[in-house]
Design a protein around this ligand. Structure first.
Ligand SMILES: Cc1cc2nc3c(=O)[nH]c(=O)nc-3n(C[C@H](O)[C@H](O)[C@H](O)COP(=O)(O)O)c2cc1C
Length: 199
């Protein structure tokens, strides 16, 4: 499994860091200029910390990096957190940074692209762009943790969302809301069946 993680200038860098920490397999990262700025604002961490969590960290301005070419194979690109600016560029085919070029390559090569936007409220422009991208097969996962497990810390909240991203990438994560309830469930007796609406 070879994954590229882009960290852009939306709030929530800590989600991207946790994903890098827990992703199995080979992992490459790109930290945008504003991604680095937000990381410095929101945490005590910096570029070196991101570098320590992946096989190789690239500069967003480095369009000569191997990730800029479809000749190099990776399975999935995840952008977490993903800014609305980066969404707009990807949706309109602009590839003037390594994050947006790698996303464009991921799309043209028919590989999996997962975008995790973080913005609120969302404009009609961004919503239309996300709908277009979803129609093209992109997985759109807004940074929106669940509250089923009654999180008691920021770590719990981050874990919950990162677990969902890892599950989407096919990584087996034990647990989760009502997980396993479908395993070995006996067929419902006729008397237990829920009637179709209207019957
Ligand atoms: C502290 C800070 C927080 C930001 N938070 C967000 C955000 O949550 N969502 C967003 O779409 N943009 C946010 N921005 C704006 C982006 O960083 C800006 O649009 C930037 O151009 C994105 O560039 P990039 O996508 O290449 O990283 C924020 C900027 C700053 C300085």
């Amino acid at each position: 499994m070879r994954t590229v993680v882009g960290l852009t200038g939306a709030s929530g860098s800590i989600f991207g860091l946790e994903l890098l920490k827990r992703l199995p397999g080979e992992k490459y990262a790109i930290l945008s200029r504003w991604g680095q700025h937000v990381l410095n604002e929101e945490t005590d961490l910096g570029r070196d910390d991101v570098e320590s969590l992946c096989d190789r960290l690239y500069y967003d301005a480095d369009l000569s990096a191997p990730l800029a070419s479809g000749s190099n194979a990776w399975d999935t690109m995840v952008i977490l957190p993903c800014s609305t600016s980066t969404i707009g560029k990807i949706a309109s085919g602009i590839a003037d940074t390594l994050v947006t070029r790698t996303a464009a390559v991921t799309l043209k090569e028919g590989r999996r692209l997962v975008l995790c936007p973080r913005e609120t409220p969302l404009s009609g422009v961004t919503l239309r762009q996300l709908a277009t991208l979803a129609g093209d097969g992109v997985t759109v996962m807004p940074v929106s943790p669940g509250w089923y497990d009654r999180p008691s810390s920021i770590d719990d909240i981050v874990d919950d969302f990162v677990n969902r991203v890892l599950q989407i990438l096919g990584v087996e994560i034990p647990g989760g809301w009502r997980a396993g309830e479908l395993e070995g469930i006996p067929r419902a007796l006729p008397s237990e069946r829920v009637p179709e609406p209207g019957n």
